[in-house]
Write a protein that binds this ligand. Structure first.
Ligand SMILES: C[S@@+](CC[C@H](N)C(=O)[O-])C[C@H]1O[C@@H](n2cnc3c(N)ncnc32)[C@H](O)[C@@H]1O
Length: 391
């Protein structure tokens, strides 16, 4: 029987339920969806699988222990009582980071130092080391997170955040985080055989994430994870997870995805990013004004993150664009439209109340995700191009 571990998939505010669904789709059942995270217990193979497959989580952390701590003595003794040697090798390098919210132990540097000392003592005892630990081996980023006097001790399994898929070679001024872009696609009912358009594609994040979802390509396939170096996860477990990702990818799935943007330099960047993601020429990229967008097929999905009009002098032109979009889409009721913006007047400018709205944060910006469900048309002859020029 292989080792059971408790994992924490961290999530941006508002995305917890989506991360929870993803964890469930990976076959895990013992799942708790909480504020900012999804906690689940699974076999150790969940570490590679969660890192490779979770599209909307920020990181995957390994839970080492959780306890109440109101004094430094509490923190030291209970940290020392945890089985760190199960995870960290004798030569492991383990910096300690920390945070504290609404807790008696509020000095984060002190908490970090105490946790570090407690783990050092534990490992020295367990490994029979009299002098100091070398810390020249694999990397284990330990975190002490205090919230209302409850201490949570974790080790980060991901390394860099999971939004770093390894394909972003270029970006514009306001790129969407890959994890959020994937979430925007995942909350829709888009199927890979339906037309998909992002007319404000910027560096192409939403279209690229849609293509990865459409062909069931694991988002972490092109990158490395800190826990690949860890001895307690057998190499075979990693090999099996990568093999599973390779076998699950459906490279033959045809896609009908288009990204367009007014700015030609963005189109160049989007193309390079898609190439780097291994998508080759699968996505159609076009330099185009949104006002020239004209759907030529039925039952398409327009999913986009347009400018919000928050910058000086930008508001009027942005409002004009939202109006244009409303005018164009009025003639295409079979299309579903999904727009992420912080502009509170969107529905009014677009000319119609959304079927559904969802509050989301784009970084620190409070946004709404306006969702308009299309009326499915029976004419499914989705041949030809997703859209073309109006004139
Ligand atoms: C917020 S950014 C999109 C960022 C994108 N989601 C990404 O991840 O890189 C908005 C984009 O809209 C484009 N844009 C602005 N006005 C436009 C217009 N009238 N028609 C089409 N694109 C426009 C900008 O060039 C910019 O790339």
């Amino acid at each position: 029987m292989s080792q059971k571990v408790t994992l924490i998939a961290t999530a941006a505010m508002g995305l917890e339920a989506i991360v929870g669904k993803e964890v469930k789709a990976l076959g895990y059942e013992d799942i708790q969806v909480e504020n900012g995270r999804v906690v689940f217990t699974a076999d150790v193979s969940a570490i590679p699988r969660a890192n490779l497959w979770l599209r909307t989580a920020d990181r995957v952390k390994l839970l080492v222990g959780k306890f109440k701590a109101t004094t430094f003595d509490d923190l030291f003794e209970q940290t020392k009582a945890l089985p760190w040697e199960k995870f960290i090798t004798e030569d492991g390098e383990f910096p300690v980071v920390g945070k504290s919210v609404k807790s008696k132990l509020y000095s984060v540097p002190d908490c970090q130092a105490i946790v570090k000392k407690a783990i050092v003592e534990r490992l020295k005892q367990k490994y029979g080391v009299a002098s100091w630990l070398k810390e020249t081996g694999a990397f284990y980023r330990v975190e002490i997170a205090l919230h209302k006097d409850e201490a949570l001790l974790t080790i980060d399994t991901s390394g860099s955040g999971l939004h770093k898929r390894g394909y972003r070679v270029g970006q514009g001024e306001a790129p969407l985080k890959e994890t959020l872009a994937a979430a925007l696609v995942q909350v829709t009912n888009w199927h890979p055989d339906q037309p998909f358009v992002d007319p404000f594609c910027g560096s192409g994040t939403i279209a690229i994430e849609a293509a990865l979802i459409g062909q069931n390509i694991a988002p972490g396939f092109n990158r490395e994870f800190a826990s690949e170096e860890w001895d307690f996860i057998p190499q075979k477990v990693w090999d099996d997870a990568f093999q599973e990702a390779e076998d699950s990818a459906n490279y033959d799935q045809p896609l009908n995805i288009t990204g367009s943007d007014l700015d030609p330099s963005m189109i160049k960047i989007a193309k390079e990013n898609a190439m780097e993601a291994g998508l080759g020429e699968l996505i159609t990229w076009k330099q185009m004004q949104v006002s020239d967008f004209m759907p030529r097929q039925e039952n398409g999905y327009l999913i986009s993150n347009p400018p919000y009009g928050e910058r000086m002098g930008e508001r009027e032109s942005v409002e004009e664009m939202y109006r244009d979009l409303g005018t164009i889409m009025r003639d295409h009721p079979s299309w579903s439209l999904y727009i992420l913006t912080s502009h509170e007047g969107f529905e009014k400018l677009y000319g119609k109340p959304a079927t559904k709205k969802r509050k989301l944060f784009n970084g620190f910006i409070k946004t709404d995700y306006y969702q308009y469900f299309g009326k499915r048309s029976k004419d499914k002859s989705n041949t030809g191009k997703g859209f073309g020029f109006q004139k």
